[in-house]
Design a protein around this ligand. Sequence first.
Ligand code: FAD
Ligand code: DHB
Length: 397
Amino acid sequence: MKQTSQVGIIGAGPAGLLLAHMLHLEGIASVVLEQRSRADIEATIKAGVLEHPTAELLKQLGVGERMQREGYLHRGIELSFGGKRHRLDLEDLTDGKAITVYPQHEVIKDLVAAVLANGTRIEFGVDAVRLAALESDQPVIHYQRDGAAQELYCDFIAGCDGFHGPSRQAIPQALRQEHAKVYPSGWFGILCEAPPSSDELIYAQSDRGFVLVSTRSPTVQRLYFQCDPQDSVDNWSDDRIWAEFQQRLANQDGWQLKKGPIFQKGIIAMRSFICETMQYGRLFLAGDSAHIVPPTGAKGLNLAAGDVVLLSRALHSHYRRNQQDALDAYSATAIQRVWRGEHFSWWMTNMLHDFEGEDSITRRFRRSQLDYVVKSRPGAQSLAENYVGLPFDAWIN
Ligand code: FAD
Ligand code: DHB
């Protein structure tokens, strides 16, 4: 069946849903195509931290009400190393900014509800998505729904289909400028039923590797430890997991991790990846389809939000003012904020993780960097400014 829309969006992750909602508010029609079911995308456990600009954006767009009610504002974080914990007062270091702990799947639920309520169609469970005619005035997305072939003709395609989706691959390889780095470690993440061990997130460096103590609610906690990316969750009994956390978090101030039944375990890979070519003809990439960060520093979803702000503004200029400049500049503009987030995530990862086979000088540099961040106000400010999130506008020339 042949259908049309102004913008065809592939992927109902944070990038695709946010874009659909913003375009609707600007009077631009879109259709979202998602390969998974609504129940599946609303239950996938991923990110937990929203930067200040992302949280403000959700409020401005009228989708922040539940986040404000059920999310948690964190005004500081702790860095733990050498057996001691050190608090960074984010609010003080950034003129009043903070982060919001609110799970990504809750953001997804809020956005799906808003997008459907404003009459935008999301087609769940689509298959065999293929992009064509990207260099023409009317690109097309071919796909299947319930076994029947479909075609969505549009003015523009937004490739918001994550790292493994087809959009980036639709750009000819010879034109793609890609940069990639795979880290020799992964993160072992758990969800458990327990009270919070700390009022704020703890990023801990130890000789046995990194730990992150995060939270989801007064009764559910999210914790991660650095692991071998090839390891299997089957090798880790609950007792072994808690013993590992306790060894890595051993400290001199008597602080204790609160334990509880573990109900979810998973291993995630760590990579830095940037496709500098975020546009090809009438295809525009946003979010993980164009770039991936290692999770340290919580930048992935927030970088996706930055891309979408620029893309929706550029589409607004095209449709409302008949101006192409912002669309033409999209890739070059968006990539600047992406590089900043990529560098910060790499920097945080290197400062907090121990990698096998490192020399002693690298380990001492790491310790010196940590000392500098907690002892120098400019050092702390630099981390805090990046962590709470640089303004979306800072990168528009
Ligand atoms: P995705 O969320 O990957 O969405 C892409 C969508 O496209 C998916 O729904 C997928 O099903 C769909 N899709 C893919 N292929 C197709 C196809 N062929 N056809 C149709 N649809 C398709 N980021 C943060 O900012 N803060 C954090 O605290 C944080 N913590 C994290 C913790 C973990 C454990 C992990 C794994 C990630 C974390 N991230 C964090 C990163 C963040 O989750 C991602 O950057 C974010 O999901 C990117 O959003 P996206 O919309 O670009 O892509
Ligand atoms: C979480 C994930 C992160 O990558 C991070 O830096 C902080 C928190 C989380 O899932 O809670």
